[in-house]
Design a protein around this ligand. Structure first.
Ligand code: GLY
Length: 395
């Protein structure tokens, strides 16, 4: 029999351990309450026709025009915050920042309209069910569909070709994320043709973008006459053969999302393989270095955005996979990543960080831009990850 003192200490230890760590529900309340205040601050500094891009090292807000691939993330974060809090001021900002994107159909040189419109108009319609938000979802998906080539069976990512690159039909892994706009429009308007394009693109990417270990290249260039993959590169990463962290984040998110949207088993299996690969390689605190194979690790920069995207994908995968062990490991990883991002190392204090939530993301190191800064997409996927984790706990 244990002495009474030992039993009491053991009981006190259990109580203090359980009271020390915030529950995910408490964490969610805290983060969304911070988001309400931060986003009002961020919106105050934003010109009417511009989107937030990042905060530079001198704490100046750098904005972009509406064509920039990230212009849908701030409205998306506002919609997620309104959904959670019901704050009417946030609702007005969400509407205003969504409507800024109303001329986006005129921009025709890249694939990013999926990110831009599904995260803004897509949420606006999903949350309010106001019909006025709906036609843009179809129009944008139709716009994206014009980039489809039945020979390569892919959507073309970029029209631009930087100096020194010999691309003819470049497809980047990020393009997987734009497919959700097409499946969403297909559901809302009974347009199976749009869903078929999304499936064709996901199938081709699955065949050509991955290495044997389920890491992904950033870019595959196709021969648009033969349809064959002709170049494999990692344009935004450390090296062509390296695993650029955000690219890996787009894959696990992209195939998990496509498994949810289509029910196709191959996509779920691909997401499971990617998850196993990431679980093996992620650092102890869950936040990846900007490239898993950078030669400066462990001194190199982390990428909070990749951690946030992965957390959201791991949370969704944990609910979709039938592999109980992987479901548990995925859910634990999502929670670990969210808790790390919610720690002072990454989370801004109220009134700081220019109104962004997270610090320490990496946009484009080879391009020399947005390095170790707050970024809109880190905040967006962080909020989505918390929402997904919270809803997992309530089921
Ligand atoms: N879609 C561009 C990026 O992930 O940086």
């Amino acid at each position: 029999m244990k002495p009474l003192f030992t039993t009491v200490i053991a009981a006190m230890t259990i109580v203090s351990c359980t009271t020390q760590e915030e529950s995910i529900a408490q964490l969610s309340d805290k983060i969304f309450s911070l988001a309400e205040k931060q986003f009002i601050l961020l919106a105050d500094n934003l010109p009417d026709d511009r989107a937030p891009k990042y905060l530079d090292q001198k704490d100046s807000l750098i904005t972009s025009d509406i064509n920039w691939w990230c212009s849908g993330f701030f409205p998306g974060s506002l919609w997620l915050t309104y959904e959670k809090t019901g704050n009417e001021e946030i609702l007005e900002l969400a509407k205003k920042n969504t409507l800024k994107l109303s001329n986006l159909l005129d921009h025709k040189t890249d694939h990013d309209i999926g990110f831009q419109i599904n995260n803004s108009y897509g949420h606006a319609y999903r949350i309010t069910r106001d019909e006025k938000w709906k036609p843009m979802i179809l129009a944008a998906a139709e716009r994206l569909a014009t980039r489809y080539n039945p020979v390569t069976k892919t959507l073309k990512s970029w029209d631009f070709v930087p100096e020194g690159r010999d691309w003819t039909w470049p497809v980047i892994i990020d393009n997987m994320m734009n497919l959700e706009l097409m499946t969403n429009a297909a559901k809302l308007y009974h347009r199976n043709d749009l869903k078929e394009i999304a499936i064709a693109h996901a199938n081709t990417t699955l065949q050509n973008h991955f290495r044997k270990d389920y890491s992904t290249y950033h870019l595959v260039d196709y021969d648009s006459i033969s349809g064959n993959a002709r170049l494999h590169q990692t344009f935004q990463g450390f090296a062509d053969e390296s695993a650029w962290a955000r690219g890996q984040a787009w894959t696990i998110y992209g195939y998990t999302m496509m498994a949810r949207e289509t029910g196709i088993e191959t996509y779920l299996q691909q997401a499971e393989h990617i998850a196993e690969y990431l679980l093996e390689r992620l650092p102890e605190d869950g936040i990846p270095f900007w490239d898993f194979d950078s030669d400066k690790i462990p001194e190199d920069l982390r990428d909070a955005s990749a951690g946030a995207i992965m957390a959201s994908a791991f949370a969704e995968l944990s609910a979709l996979t039938k592999d109980k062990n992987l479901a548990l490991k995925s859910r634990e990883m999502a929670e670990k990543q969210v808790r790390t991002l919610a720690s002072p190392a990454y989370l801004a204090e109220e009134g700081t960080n220019g109104g962004f939530l997270l610090k320490h993301s990496v946009g484009n190191i080879p391009g020399g831009t947005e390095i170790d800064v707050p970024l809109t997409y880190a905040d967006y996927y962080f909020l989505e990850a918390i929402s997904r984790l919270t809803s997992l706990l309530s089921h």
